[in-house]
Design a protein. Structure first.
Length: 303
């Protein structure tokens, strides 16, 4: 048994199946299967139970996996000690952030982080979809959702409040709805999944309601949605941080303020893979973001 074989086992178990591990390792599935078979033959025991969709560790496979993760972590720490000797913190962080929150709230944080740690390469992707972190080779993802996935580590970054809003010009031409049902007859500007009904949950004390809407303008780009709201194209259903500045200037008015609205969830999470020995760069970035979220005034940026 060698380190390469242990690393292969770690990748297979982390990925959840041989095909995903093959993509990560840039090998063919047949090659991955061959090397796994060779490892199992050398150990004298089955390490992974294979089905058409899943690869799950046996008891001895899980023990070897844990040793493999620990060894990888020690090697990573050793490399970092050598490469950063006498230098500032270095490394790479691949980050996936929502388009609106990333640009309107996190952009200043990311710039400050880069100024503080110029040796760390930040690779930032702006997207809203929940994708497989392993498949996309993302170290950290920031997402809005009701509940985080069970297979990931989730750190809470705070609540997300949606608002129903419109430009002052739109409100002068069309009365804003004062009841939830009034949204159903209005041109709605929001983010939604094309081809699916938009279900908006609304909470008022112990009362919960749900309304089904058919938006007239849909986009995953919240900066574009903000432009559409300011242009008077309809009633926006967006996180409050998208229009906070416009509301303060009086250019955008909100309505239904006594209801707590939710489309994709009411909580922001920072997600990353468990059972991984993170680099110093990744650990530093995680601590930096948590520090920013908890700092005085951070709540005002996202509420």
């Amino acid at each position: 048994m060698d380190l390469q074989s242990l690393s292969l086992l770690v990748e297979i178990i982390d990925a959840g199946n041989l095909s995903a591990a093959a993509r990560r390792l840039k090998m063919s599935r047949a090659n991955v299967s061959y090397h796994l078979n060779q490892l199992e033959r050398s150990v004298g025991a089955q390490l992974v139970r294979r089905t058409t969709r899943r690869a799950e560790p046996t008891e001895i496979g899980l023990r070897l996996y844990q040793h493999g993760v620990a060894i990888q972590g020690e090697l990573l720490a050793a490399r970092e000690s050598v490469t950063t000797l006498g230098e500032g913190l270095q490394g790479r962080v691949r980050l996936s952030v929502p388009s609106g929150y990333g640009q309107l709230v996190m952009a200043d944080w990311l710039i400050d982080f880069k100024r503080r740690y110029p040796g760390i390469v930040l690779d930032v992707v702006f997207e809203n979809r929940i994708e497989d972190l392993l498949r996309d080779e993302v170290d950290i993802a920031i997402r809005v959702m009701p509940e985080p996935p069970q297979n990931l580590v989730a750190r809470e970054l705070g609540p997300v409040r949606y608002v129903a809003c419109a430009s002052r010009d739109y409100a002068a031409r069309h009365p804003l709805p004062t009841q939830l049902d009034g949204l159903q007859g209005a041109p709605v500007v929001t983010a939604a999944v094309i081809g699916r009904q938009l279900r908006v949950s609304a909470y008022q004390g112990e009362t919960r309601r749900e309304v089904i809407l058919e938006p007239t303008l849909i986009s995953e780009n919240f900066l574009f949605l903000r432009q559409a709201i300011l242009a008077g194209l309809g009633i926006g259903l967006v996180p409050d941080y998208v229009v906070n500045d416009d509301v303060r200037r009086g250019e955008v008015l909100t309505t239904l303020d006594d209801w707590r609205l939710s489309i994709f969830g009411t909580q922001m999470f920072m997600l990353y893979m468990p059972n991984r020995q993170h680099t110093r760069a990744i650990r530093t970035f995680i601590d930096f973001i948590l520090e920013r979220v908890r700092a005085p005034g951070a709540a005002a940026e996202s509420n």
